[in-house]
Design a protein around this ligand. Structure first.
Ligand code: DGT
Ligand code: CA
Length: 379
């Protein structure tokens, strides 16, 4: 793994950003728990409940997509498209389960970023400028992320690497599924010139329809369209955004939110464990390592989580939030022990191969008075 701080540092003008997007996410989650679905057309539906077929398609696996099934399509239409397909499967949404899968995968990915921003259940941005320093190393890191996510969760994702968020997002969409696309500054304008304007994030159906009426179909057309005319049509802010976007320019930073900030350590156990007791020593070691990192960064934490990677490669994650932020090792360790006991209930009879400890909901502990530190460490 390329470690934090490795590679040359980058200035603000030459960033290296990744966008990670999970492939056919809800349907892929369903395949994880029922691998026999992988070869069948699978459609995840939002059933409205009015009639048996009323509602829309949330997403479909790539087998079903070959028949023309798409997100947002009425279920009735999807059924007619799959009328000749054998064994098509229609399942209702299970958002709680998808969120759990997402959380496990995001916590793995976030470990690879200088800055990590989760922007939805199945996509996130990583600023990897400092730790990679070059697009070549970023591509190596992206392969490592894909492998790690696949090994630990069995999910596939597509990654775009670019000098900004907008291009990275467009890149992750270019070679789906299981893709990796690099767009550097030199080839940016050329890579996107022939694409439809609607591929620019933020350009919805209404704007793209109006652009069409103005004779602007592709991103290349948009880049050479008169800026003042664009301002007249869409207002200054939107016009400048579109004008820059069409040239491959975007300065939006990767924004790490407080709740998403986290520090995590994972280890492979010397031998597979069947009880929390067998992992007590490793758990303490992980807590110490996490604690050293928070102490060195002068942070306090509120949420403590434990990740179990089981022998069958399934993940179990559990977490617990304290009433107030803490800087105490004792509290961290105690919370981790409780959470591990909880997590072991989810493991059932399956042995544990890897163990992780994570703290999140972090904030700066500087300025907290020592009395508070003293009180929480004595709890
Ligand atoms: P992908 O990324 O093209 O391989 O496929 P997905 O399914 O991951 O599509 P994406 O990334 O646009 O959306 C992520 C999840 O959001 C998707 O698994 C289901 C849900 N979703 C997407 N579009 C729609 C929609 O039009 N309606 C509903 N109800 N859910 C949607
Ligand atoms: Ca996706």
């Amino acid at each position: 793994m390329i470690v934090e701080g490795a590679g040359s540092s980058n200035d603000n003008t030459s960033r290296i950003i990744m966008h990670v997007d999970f492939d056919y996410f809800f349907a892929q989650c369903e395949e994880l728990r029922k691998p026999e679905l992988q070869t069948l057309p699978l459609v995840v539906c939002v059933f409205s409940g009015r009639t048996e077929d009323s509602g829309v398609v949330s997403t479909a696996n790539y087998v079903a997509r070959k028949f023309g099934v798409k997100s947002g399509m009425p279920i009735r239409v999807a059924k007619s498209k799959l009328a000749d397909a054998q064994d098509a499967v229609f399942l209702p949404l299970d958002t709680a389960y998808y969120s759990q899968v997402s959380e496990s995968a995001m916590s793995i990915i976030s470990w690879y970023a200088d800055k990590f921003e989760c922007v939805g259940i199945d996509e996130c941005y990583l600023d990897v400028s400092n730790r990679t320093g070059s697009f070549d190393l970023a591509a190596t890191l992206a392969r490592e992320i894909k492998n790690d996510v696949k090994r630990q969760t069995r999910l596939t994702c597509s990654i775009g690497i670019a000098p900004n968020k907008m291009l990275a997002k467009m890149g992750s969409d270019m070679q789906k599924p299981d893709g990796l696309t690099l767009i550097d500054s030199a080839n940016a304008a050329k890579s996107i010139a022939n694409m439809d304007v609607s591929r620019i994030p933020g350009i919805g159906p209404k704007t793209s329809e109006r652009l069409q009426e103005l004779g602007v179909k592709t991103i290349g057309d948009l880049s050479s369209f008169d800026l003042f005319r664009l301002i007249e049509e869409f207002g200054r802010k939107a016009a400048i955004y579109m004008h820059n976007a069409a040239r491959g320019l975007d300065e939006e930073p990767v924004l790490e939110s407080g709740e998403r900030q986290q520090i995590m350590r994972i280890m492979t156990l010397k031998s597979d464990a069947t009880s929390a007791m067998e992992m007590q020593h490793d758990l303490e070691e992980l807590c110490q390592s996490v604690f050293q990192m928070i102490a060195s960064k002068k942070l306090s934490f509120r949420t403590v989580g434990v990740l179990l990677i089981l022998n069958n490669l399934n993940n179990v994650t559990k977490s617990k939030s304290l009433k107030v932020h803490s800087t105490s090792f004792k509290q961290l360790h105690q919370a981790a022990k409780c959470v591990l006991d909880e997590a072991m209930k989810g493991a059932g009879q399956i042995k544990v191969r890897r163990l992780g400890v994570r703290v999140s909901d972090l904030q700066s502990s500087e300025g907290q008075n020592t009395m508070f530190d003293f009180m929480v460490s004595d709890l």
